[in-house]
Each structure stands twice: as C-alpha cells, then as structure tokens.
Ligand binder design. Structure first.
Ligand code: G1P
Length: 268
C-alpha cells in the first residue's frame, strides 16, 4: 500500500518561543514570509502525501484556521491532543484516521530543504516493509537533545543502516552512537500495537522513541541518513537561520539580502 498519509504533531505550547507564542502558535511563526508549518505541509505533499492529520491542541485555534486555508492540495484533518502526554500519545491520537494505511510522521520543528529525504524514507519502506527512520550524525555533545539509535553495523554507501535499539535523549557518555533521529519517520500500522503497550516514561509521557526501540528489538526498523539541508526551528536561533536560508534561496529577495548581509558584516 503506498504511503499517502502523514501525521504532523503540532500540539505543543511553544514555551521556548515565549513571548511570541502567547498569541501565535510556534508552527505558524514565519520562516521568512511563510508559516513554518506550510513548509512541512509542502515537504509532505512533495513526497506524495495526499492526507495530512494535524495533531493540535484546543488552546491553539489558529492551527485549525491554517488547516482550512493551507495551500498545496492535500486534505488536512485536525485531531486534538488536549493533554501533553508525549509524542507517542500525540501519534496515537491519529490511530482511527490512519486506519490500516502506512503513514509518515513529520515533526514540524525540523525544517528540511526539500522533500528528498522523506521520499528516500518512503522508498525504503516500500522496498523493505520495515519502519524507516530519518537519521543524522551529530557531535557527541549534541546527542542528549535527540533520540539516539544503536545501529546494526555501519551505514552503507547510501546511508542505510539497521536499527537495533533507540534511547531517548541519553547523556553523551551513555549514548550508544552519534546517530540521532531527526523527526522524519515512516511506519506501518503495527506501530500502534507498540504504542498501546507503552508504559509512561518520566513525567507521565509516552515516548515515540520507546515504541520504536521495542519495535527495533524485533528487527523491524531501518534508518536512512539525511542528505539534504535541515534547520532545527524548535529554537529562536534555528528559526532565524532557517529564515535567512529560505530568503537567500529566493530569486526575488535573495540577492538583496546577500548584499545587505555582506555590508552589515563588513561594518562590524
Ligand atoms: C523529538 C523526539 C526525538 C527526536 C527529536 C528530533 O524530541 O522525541 O527522539 O530526536 O524530536 O527533533 P523533541 O525535540 O520534541 O524534544
């Protein structure tokens, strides 16, 4: 069955972006002139997704308005996760709508330059029938911000590697590798079985990484290393660099911004 459904969790309250998120949901803050969530929607559509399930929170009504007006052509359905019970629980909220279909999960805090990485993950899922997770190599002192995997050997020349286990946000010294999860996933419906048996982690949250770890121990998870550019828009600095990058790529404003930056930096 082709991957045509994507789940985008967007229920968080954006505390790292206060005061901006007092009124505007983090996912609707602009990356240059486009809400960051529109970039995620475009990435999904570019990889062949036709139905997007947005997991939101009733405290963020603007997300529903976005869903009604978003451009691109995919159908968008909003589902609510009213209590902050973790990423695993957020994905579980989409269970009924996803049904038996395979599906992608895109975390909107991660902004990819294009749809190529998601397409890679979908192709790998189609070829193997195994859940497929997007990965990136990071410096050891950064692993504690991510889900970190135990690889099965080393990635091949195309960046593919089996995943034996996953640990969410380990200390650098305990981390099993420097390969981390970058917020792009493709799953079959069996993920929901693994989510249903999860025990809440610290803080009462259900971690998606714990479900993937349990699945990986049955030999059913692969990873693919990312090759496109990526920004972490979960922090104000990441959002700023993503905006600059997006504007620099544009023909209408790119040259003007480049000129301004050069003059500005020379003046320092
Ligand atoms: C989430 C996931 C983590 C993943 C990260 C990617 O963490 O739980 O496994 O590595 O996204 O951005 P968060 O950044 O939401 O705390």
């Amino acid at each position: 069955m082709p991957v045509r459904v994507a789940v985008i969790p967007a229920a968080g309250l954006g505390t790292r972006f206060l005061p901006a998120t007092k009124v505007v949901p983090k996912e609707l803050l602009p990356v240059f002139d486009t809400p960051s969530l529109q970039h995620t929607v475009d990435e999904a559509i570019g990889a062949g997704i036709e139905h997007i399930i947005l997991i939101s929170n009733r405290a963020k009504p603007a997300i529903e308005m976005f869903a009604e007006k978003a451009s691109g052509g995919a159908r968008i359905t909003v589902v609510y996760q009213d209590s902050p019970r973790g990423l695993g629980h957020a994905v579980e909220c989409a269970r009924e709508l996803v049904g038996d279909a395979p599906f992608a999960v895109l975390l909107p805090d991660e902004l990819m330059g294009d749809s190529s990485h998601l397409k890679d993950l979908i192709n790998e899922y189609d070829a193997t029938g195994k859940a497929t997770i997007g990965l990136k190599r990071v410096p050891r002192n950064e692993v504690s911000a991510y889900g970190c995997i135990t690889p099965q050997g080393v990635p091949d020349a195309t960046g593919r590697v089996g995943i034996r286990d996953v640990v969410e946000k380990p200390n650098a010294v305990d981390a099993p590798s420097d390969l981390v999860i970058i917020g792009r996933y493709v799953f079959g419906r069996d993920l929901f079985g693994f989510l249903a048996t999860l025990k809440p982690a610290a803080g009462g949250e259900l971690q998606l990484s714990d479900a993937i770890g349990n699945m990986a121990r049955t030999g059913k998870v692969n990873g693919v290393l990312i090759s496109c550019t990526r920004h972490d828009t979960g922090t104000p600095m990441g959002m700023l660099t993503a905006s600059i990058d997006a504007a620099l790529k544009r023909r209408d404003v790119g040259p003007q911004l480049r000129g301004w930056l050069e003059t500005r930096l020379k003046g320092q």
